[in-house]
Design a protein around this ligand. Structure first.
Ligand SMILES: Cc1cc2nc3c(=O)[nH]c(=O)nc-3n(C[C@H](O)[C@H](O)[C@H](O)COP(=O)(O)O)c2cc1C
Length: 364
């Protein structure tokens, strides 16, 4: 897919997520086939003021891989300067947040509030476009509208493109919906129809499985899909999507050995890159993600939050996966399925049917 002059490979994009898409998480997703990752949204005002807390989050991807920086704000000249800073930090793309529903953002008339001010939003896009070299595209991430009575995604997106946006991502909910209710695939499809063919439209919202991915693509006609929450602890979703896009067989779900190895790599990246203050919290969070849907995971999560030392969290994780590996080996040797596993499988199947968990790697 081509975004302005930037060519990106097949596969899904990792969504920007505040306090989630830090360098360790982005790295893991990139290593599993995410076509592009974004920083969490960064306050343009904070960046230009040089606020250390904000500037530090503009982490370039490891290994020289391309990455996008997302910014938010409402003053065109401030966003333009922030975009220049992103370019100086090595971003291949600057994305402008016009979709955040959080009151702390919309009360300052930023994020999704800009969908109610298309003229200002367009001025922002053209100011950012003018501030960047032609090789760095400006993109927009928006919602389908502010509320049920104000669905303006197609006209809004077209206006952003006319102002210079080279790609539009649409989270298929209104601002009022927040993160609940149905994603409106029809509204994403309407954006695809409204924009010129050479401008990629990215569909976003509730893609948790390869079936969701296929549905998002087929029902909206979108050029690519962006995945957020489902990637937490499940970077293998990117691998599966890459396989679909390249015509390769969809890989089997990861073994326990592989899950342990990827959790451990993630944890090691956290140890290396997190600040002293955040390390413990990030390690707990990471282990909680990777243990989701696994036998004994709920018990582990109960215990992980009472550990107060980073190494203790890692030891807990190692012990957890060692037990699972031993169980898997024992099962392979005897061919037996312990009674407890039958119950866990039934529960997992039941939850899957109700759509409460993805098809990541639930026991069974
Ligand atoms: C914890 C969290 C933080 C988020 N932070 C951002 C953000 O910084 N910028 C942004 O554009 N969207 C943000 N989002 C929205 C996601 O990018 C995405 O649009 C939304 O989660 C829907 O996609 P999903 O169903 O695949 O998660 C955030 C979502 C979550 C759950």
């Amino acid at each position: 897919m081509r975004i302005g002059s930037v060519e990106i490979g097949p596969g899904a994009l990792l969504a920007p997520m505040e306090a989630v898409t830090d360098l360790p998480f982005r790295t893991i997703c990139e290593e599993h086939g995410a076509a592009l990752t974004f920083t969490e949204f960064l306050s343009a005002e904070g960046l230009t003021r040089g606020a250390e807390r904000v500037v530090r989050r503009m982490w370039p991807s490891l290994g020289g891989r391309r990455f996008a920086v997302q910014v938010f704000g409402r003053q065109p000249e401030v966003l333009a300067r922030a975009a220049e800073m992103a370019a100086e930090a090595g971003a291949c793309m600057v994305d402008i947040n016009m979709g955040c529903p959080a009151r702390k953002v919309t009360s300052g008339q930023c994020g999704a509030a800009l969908m109610r001010e298309p003229a200002l939003a367009a001025t922002i896009v053209s100011a950012v476009r003018a501030a960047l070299p032609a090789s760095i595209p400006v993109t927009v991430k928006q919602r389908v509208g502010w509320s049920d009575i104000c669905i303006n995604a197609p006209e809004f997106a077209l206006r952003m493109v006319e102002a210079g946006a080279a790609m539009v991502t649409v989270h298929g909910r209104t601002r009022d919906q927040g993160f609940s209710g149905q994603v409106r695939l029809g509204a994403i499809a309407a954006v695809r129809v409204a924009l010129p063919k050479q401008i990629p439209v990215v569909g976003n919202g509730d893609v948790k499985t390869v079936d969701d991915y296929r549905r998002m693509k087929s029902e909206t006609g979108c050029d690519a899909v962006m995945i957020g929450r489902a990637a937490r602890g499940n970077p293998w979703l990117f691998r599966a999507i890459c396989a679909i896009e390249t015509g390769a067989p969809v890989p089997a779900p990861p073994s326990i050995v592989e899950q342990r190895a990827v959790w451990r790599r993630h944890a090691d990246l956290v140890v290396e890159h997190a600040t002293d203050k955040m390390r413990l919290h990030e390690l707990r969070k990471t282990l909680a993600w990777y243990s989701r849907g696994l036998y004994g995971g709920a018990d582990l999560r109960g215990r992980v939050f009472s550990e107060s030392q980073p190494q203790a969290v890692i030891d807990l994780g190692e012990g957890f996966f060692a037990v699972l590996q031993a169980r898997e080996r024992a099962r392979a040797d005897t061919g037996e399925v312990p009674v407890a596993d039958v119950a866990v499988r039934c529960l997992a199947r039941h939850l899957r049917r109700r759509g409460e968990v993805g098809d990541k790697h639930c026991v069974g």
